[in-house]
Write a protein that binds this ligand. Sequence first.
Ligand SMILES: Cc1ncc(COP(=O)(O)O)c(C=O)c1O
Length: 393
Amino acid sequence: MKKPAQRSQEIQPFQVMAILAQAQAMQAEGHDVIHLEVGEPDFTTAEPMVNAAISAMQAGHTKYTPALGLPQLRERIADYYQQRFGVSINPQRIVLTPGASGALLLLSAARLDVNDKLLLADPGYPCNRHFARTFEAHGQLVPAGPEDRYQLTPSLIRQHWQADTKVALVASPANPTGTVLSLDEMQALADEVRQQRAQHGQGELWVDEIYQGLNYNSEPQTVLSVADDAVVLNSFSKFFGMTGWRLGWCVVPESWVPTMDTLAQNLFLAPPTPAQYAALAAFDDDAMAIYEQRRQELQQRRDYLLTALPQLGFNIPVIPEGAFYIYADASRFTDNSLEFCAEALKATGVAFTPGVDFGEYQANTHVRFAFTTNLSRLKQAVERLADWLAERS
Ligand SMILES: Cc1ncc(COP(=O)(O)O)c(C=O)c1O
């Protein structure tokens, strides 16, 4: 039988899937597993959106919407940019997609030519480079250490930009590190990319703002406040708590919209209709009040782990200011993060993610803890890890 396409062979699965499978097998045997590996909060979708979806479906809104999404939702998102960030965006520039993943798919299809390069911080969200690869382009990993708060900087962009580099993609707040770019930093990145564009004839800044709103030390920001030519990716998955509904969006320059429309029509016809009707309720005050409560709870969990993990011997070189992850240096315990995570799970029933899922740079000495489970379970996890690490030493 013919082998799968070469490009598919270059796309690795998440290593954490092996951890997850091990965790599920342990659970099936009756073990109690504490999940700190999962990148989605334990909260279910808030009632206003659930009710809005039910009402919409009962009213017969079950058919395709336009490929770019419901016009009223595109307007609602534009209003949100105005109200929350004071930025005026033409709703025509907002493209609704099946998750931010759908936005990455469309953008990669629309913008990346064969062998183009996409600059990414290492560590970073692994799917980004795989989207590029799917379209025969390449993710170019740029080692970014704690001194740069694991983010691309103008000087890293300058150093690594090549004639065939097309895009610099950053995330704020970031996965797996939770670090946040200030508006000044975003402005500086946008300026640098413009300079590369002037010099090389191409250059785009894409900013993944999917964790926007899950901020603990400062107000959420958008790059659109300082760079109208930047591309934004966002989603209803994380802050709005709608992971399973598969709805996200991107904001693109107006001239790209017809291409995005044609590609969306062909690749997935339209984003899910019930999810779009649900999302119309996602910006209302009652829903916002629920997100705020949840944000505060996440902050308490983060604060607890920021104290507890260093006491166990994990080093946290940079305080995560957003998202729901702590990227910890485990070099005191291991130089093989996958093996360490597998052993920890087996011995303690606590599951967390090896650094190797997020790139190559210092990946074997780092692990990611997701604080997507409640405080009492986090405390149990820390107790179990403390006992195991004491036995091991
Ligand atoms: C940084 C980042 N970008 C994009 C996504 C994709 O999310 P979704 O497709 O659910 O919107 C994720 C999911 O974990 C992520 O962490």
